[in-house]
Design a protein around this ligand. Structure first.
Ligand SMILES: [Cu+2]
Length: 155
């Protein structure tokens, strides 16, 4: 507003012809034709894809076995941790001298909470097999020897 007033005042004082400067440049009309659509992009079926074999390389574990054997010795289980496929069977084989038990501690380690899944006294030359239907961790102990423990990991 101040600029307009100044311009009018200048015109009045100088008496010269005042022509308003154009306030905007002409805008070209909008294009009336739509540009052509580029050729369609080919489908992505040719893109390289990872195969399951390629994705499985590296650190993946082999499939869990459906049958496994655990040695019972004086005084421990070998291996301490045994993987198993759900529905599979673990067989404990004992060749030691003193008696042991294979007692789960899934519900707890106290006398009234342990052994709810399996609880087997095993002597020299015997074996014990148990089928694990459901996935999960099944820790177990020998009730006679503290520190004698193992785990079956059912996948
Ligand atoms: Cu034992």
């Amino acid at each position: 507003m101040r600029r307009l007033v100044t311009g009018l005042l200048a015109c009045a004082l100088l008496g010269s012809a005042c022509v308003a400067a154009p306030t905007a440049t002409p805008v070209p009309p909008p294009p009336t034709s739509i540009p052509p659509i580029p050729p369609s992009i080919p489908p992505a079926t040719s893109a390289p894809q990872l195969t399951p074999a390629a994705a499985a390389t590296g650190t993946a574990l082999p499939p869990a076995p459906t049958e496994a054997s655990v040695s019972v010795v004086d005084n421990g289980f070998s291996p301490r941790t045994q993987r198993l496929k759900a529905g599979g069977v673990v067989t404990w084989k004992y060749t030691g001298e003193s008696g042991h038990t294979i007692t789960d501690t899934v519900g707890g380690t106290t006398p009234d909470t342990r052994g709810k899944v399996f609880d087997k006294v095993i002597s020299s030359g015997e074996s014990f097999s148990f089928a694990f239907a459901a996935a999960g961790n099944y820790p177990y102990i020998c009730r006679f020897h503290s520190g004698m423990a193992g785990t079956v990991v059912v996948e």
